[in-house]
Structures are given as C-alpha cells and as structure tokens.
Design a protein around this ligand. Structure first.
Ligand SMILES: C[S@@+](CC[C@H](N)C(=O)[O-])C[C@H]1O[C@@H](n2cnc3c(N)ncnc32)[C@H](O)[C@@H]1O
Length: 198
C-alpha cells in the first residue's frame, strides 16, 4: 500500500493495481458480517467508502460511523453513500480514542497496517471496548507472511507497518475477542473477531 498520500480520484485504480484481489477481499469482509443483524456499524480507515457500501448493502437497517485521518477520502465516501445511512463522519487518526460505542459491527480494510505494533494492540483493546456483547470486528489487511515469497503486496518502509498475523491474533485475544481467519490470499487476510455475548 505504498502511497504517501491517498487521493480519492486516483485511489480506486491505485489500490486495484497494488492489490489485484482487492474486490474479492472487500467482498470477503462484507460476507463475514452476514451472520449478524447490525443496527450500528463503525468503519475504521473508511477511505472512499468501498467497504462501507458493501457492508451496508448486507445490513439494510443499519447506519454507519466512518473514521479516517483523511478529510479528502471521507469526502468521497460521503458522496458514495446515501445520507440516511451515515450516522457520523469523523476525521481522526486510528491512534486516537474511538467514537463512543456500542457498535454491533466494527469493520476495517487495508488501514490498520499503517499503525505501529503498539498502536494496533491499543486499537484492538479499544475495539473490544466499543463492541456490543455478541458483536463482531472484521478486518482485512496485509501481513508479514511466514514465507517471504508470499510478500507480494507493495509496502513502503516509511508508511506501512505490517505485522505478523499470529501476533495480531494474540493481541485480539488479549482484547477479549475470539479471532478466526476467514479468507486469505498470499500476504492478505480477512479476520473475524467476536466479542462474547454477556
Ligand atoms: C488503503 S486505504 C483503505 C481505504 C478503505 N478502507 C478501502 O478498503 O478501500 C487506507 C486508508 O487509511 C487511512 N489511514 C492511514 N493511516 C491512518 C491513520 N493512522 N488513522 C486513520 N486513518 C488512516 C488513509 O487515509 C486511507 O483512507
């Protein structure tokens, strides 16, 4: 995901150039939310709203809160989504506190790898706190693969900070969640993490 500044006009072609399985990955995120009935959804690193559109299509009664550090990317998401499906648009870094929960679903695609390891770990803890009991976190990202030959997604040493999948699964468990890998392709994976019902 080597890009020093995501721009909404160039992003769709850029991401599909770097991640040839982008649409499959986004569909896998949305499919992984289907088991739940969601009324309130949080999208972290929402970008132009590609994930949000797919997830909202699976949850006709739901409204979404979009978070991203880039006001430009969120501007494109605002245009792409129906106004009545957006609860709030928040220009904020994922290193900072999350919007108030509870959320039935938290989703994130290709964004968390931008965070340092300690910030990923803290983010997972915060996600565990804003998820409703019985809620689900679904995230897709690029990981450092065990086999270096699988490291196909372009990463920039200054902007991208992928970690090993196993490490992130253990940080999710630390956050009180129950993670499962539901899709993978090379150095990309989609992980669901359920918060037990209370
Ligand atoms: C590769 S794009 C993914 C966008 C969207 N989730 C998708 O799947 O198409 C990464 C997004 O993460 C945002 N981002 C990068 N670092 C961030 C950070 N530290 N906090 C919040 N957003 C960040 C960027 O602005 C960008 O919109």
């Amino acid at each position: 995901m080597a890009h020093n500044h995501f721009h909404p006009d160039s992003y769709p072609a850029h991401v599909r150039g770097e991640v040839p399985h982008y649409d499959e990955l986004e569909d896998a995120v949305a499919d992984a939310t289907e088991a739940l009935t969601a009324a309130r959804i949080l999208d972290l690193g929402a970008g132009t709203g590609e994930t949000a559109q797919r997830v909202l299509a699976k949850h006709p009664g739901a409204r979404i809160v979009l978070v991203d550090a880039s006001a430009e990317m969120l501007g494109a998401a605002r245009e792409a989504l129906s106004r009545d499906r957006i609860e709030q648009i928040v220009v904020r870094r994922l290193e900072d506190p999350l919007p108030d929960g509870p959320f039935d679903l938290v989703v994130s695609a290709l964004a968390i790898h931008h965070l340092e390891s300690a910030d990923k770990r803290l983010l997972f803890r915060r996600i565990g706190e804003v998820l409703a009991g019985g809620g689900r976190f679904v995230f897709a990202d690029v990981f450092v693969p065990d086999d270096p030959a699988l490291a196909k997604t372009p990463v920039s040493s200054s902007l991208d900070r992928p970690d090993r999948l196993d490490d992130q699964l253990s940080w999710l468990r630390e956050a009180g969640l129950e993670p499962h890998v539901v899709w993978s392709n090379g150095d990309l994976a989609v992980v669901t993490s359920d918060r037990p019902a209370q």
